[in-house]
Design a protein around this ligand. Structure first.
Ligand code: LIP
Length: 278
């Protein structure tokens, strides 16, 4: 049975998400210029700090206190061995610091990313970079905003005039890297160029803001992209699986673009490195 939610409840949950994102952002900002305790996860390039863990713990505690029936999926809890169980229940999905490597290296392209799904659909997206003070927010059907200003994608359709964002990622498997580099090369050849900023959530916000026309990445997870996906759609963009099929939050990949024709063109040019599903 699908979960039914009133507009009043959604408004309240949106406000809660916004308030908690601000509080998480303050925790990130406080530690940005301090020495950090860094721990490796799946590889020497896949990292976590005590701030990632503290932010996620704080957010999860607050959500469970306010809404005992809601679920939380968080990057660091999953890294600690918790199995993802994605259900129809209202589910908050948090990446406590998206762009952890940037955070470690004091590159101010880092953020907290918070999404809410209901009946497995992305409904609310909040992305906050507390270093540059950019606060992105969107709720399905209500538009996307940065610091109160309405966002719109460029709407570009012609790949030869496009600028894309892609990422190298933290996986060092040579076969997967070979396909990723081939995709980078192919898209670079077809367009004005490729940029890599190190945060999937902020990359999606950049597309929503019209700072670039598309973003494609394989090897990411639901917490990297859930909030940004809502923000791109509400700014008039499209979010698909890179194969051109319907977007699937658990498929570890994402293609966002300023228009459907541009997305389909990109999709026809790139290959799947095969990261599997979460
Ligand atoms: C990061 C992503 C980025 C990807 C990195 C990493 P994290 O998330 O946002 O797009 O290329 O490998 O997964 O680990 O900083 O939350």
């Amino acid at each position: 049975m699908p979960v039914e939610v009133s507009d009043q409840e959604l408004c309240e949950w949106y406000e809660t998400g916004i308030q908690l994102a601000k509080e998480c952002g303050h925790m990130i900002k406080d530690c940005f210029y301090k020495d950090k305790k860094v721990t490796q996860k799946s590889s020497f390039a896949d990292l976590v700090t005590e701030t990632d863990q503290a932010v996620e713990k704080y957010f999860t505690k607050e959500i469970h206190k306010k809404y005992p029936g809601h679920k939380v999926i968080g990057e660091e809890t999953v890294a600690d061995g918790y199995k993802i169980n994605f259900t129809d229940d209202p589910t908050w999905i948090i990446d406590p610091i998206d762009g952890t490597s940037n955070f470690i290296h004091r590159l101010p392209y880092t953020c907290v990313s918070i999404g809410l799904t209901i009946n497995k659909e992305e409904i609310i997206g909040i992305v906050y970079n507390p270093i540059t003070n950019d606060f992105f927010q969107a709720r399905k059907g209500h538009g996307a905003f940065c610091n109160g200003e309405k966002l719109s994608v460029t709407g570009l359709e012609d790949i030869e005039k496009a600028m894309f964002i892609m990422e190298f990622g933290s996986n060092r498997d040579p076969d997967k890297m070979a396909v990723k580099f081939k995709n980078l090369f192919t898209l670079n050849k077809a367009s004005h160029g490729i940029r890599a900023y190190g945060s999937a959530a902020l990359n999606l916000c950049a597309v929503a803001q019209g700072r670039g026309d598309g973003y494609v990445e394989h090897g990411i997870h639901c917490w990297d992209i859930v909030a940004g996906a809502v923000i791109v759609r509400e700014a008039g963009g499209v979010v698909l699986d890179p194969s051109g099929q319907k977007f699937d939050l658990m498929s570890r990949c994402c293609l966002a673009a300023a228009s459907l024709p541009l997305a389909m063109k990109v999709s026809s040019l790139i290959e799947d490195p095969g990261f599997g599903r979460d």
